[in-house]
Design a protein. Structure first.
Length: 184
């Protein structure tokens, strides 16, 4: 049996950490932070404060090696540019969100909502196969790690009100208005 190398001067075993490449971009709704794993886009955040966005990324992925790499996110930046132009996301774009099986099923269904349309949390719960899971569906939307390209902004309250969005209600409103304008 082989010996596992130890960190010099420490009894702790060396840990192999997954690498996430990240960088910032711009968009009509603010600055964008992309984080990409070897498999695909893992995190997309929208905001105004780059330092705050990077702190949020580091807090969310504390055990990952984060490497700033503009070339590594270029494909995803191009896909987001297409989203701004026509509200679409390429079906073959590699997405790699981390979440529970339930969350991932909700995020998959979100990508099926046509641009320019909205549905309620209760309708989304029905589509996920459990009409009583409205609260869990709302929590999955709130945990969506890939804003815009996994369009949780297309989900609204039962009364038609705009509800929670990690990037803020005003950005959610803007996204919906833009998609409606593109669709008509």
């Amino acid at each position: 049996m082989g010996v596992v190398p130890q960190a010099q001067g420490s009894k702790a075993l060396r840990e192999v950490r997954e690498r996430l490449r990240f960088d910032f971009g711009t968009s009509p709704i603010g600055r964008i932070l992309f984080a990409v794993s070897e498999t695909g886009l893992r995190w997309l955040a929208v905001g105004d404060d780059l330092a705050q966005m990077e702190m949020e990324l580091r807090a969310r992925f504390p055990k990952f090696m984060l490497v700033r790499d503009p070339d590594g996110i270029a494909m995803f930046a191009t896909a987001l540019d297409g989203f701004w132009q026509d509200g679409s996301c390429p079906a073959d774009l590699g997405l790699d969100p981390m979440g529970t099986a339930f969350q991932k099923s909700v995020w998959t269904l979100l990508r099926e909502i046509p641009r320019g349309e909205t549905i309620t949390y209760s309708e989304l719960a029905r589509r996920v196969g459990n009409p009583k899971s409205v609260r869990a569906v709302a929590q999955a939307c709130g945990a969506n790690p890939i804003l815009c390209l996994v369009p949780c902004h297309r989900v609204i309250g039962a009364n038609g009100a705009l509800t929670g969005f990690r990037a803020g209600i005003e950005r959610k409103r803007w996204l919906l208005e833009q998609e409606l304008a593109i669709s008509t």
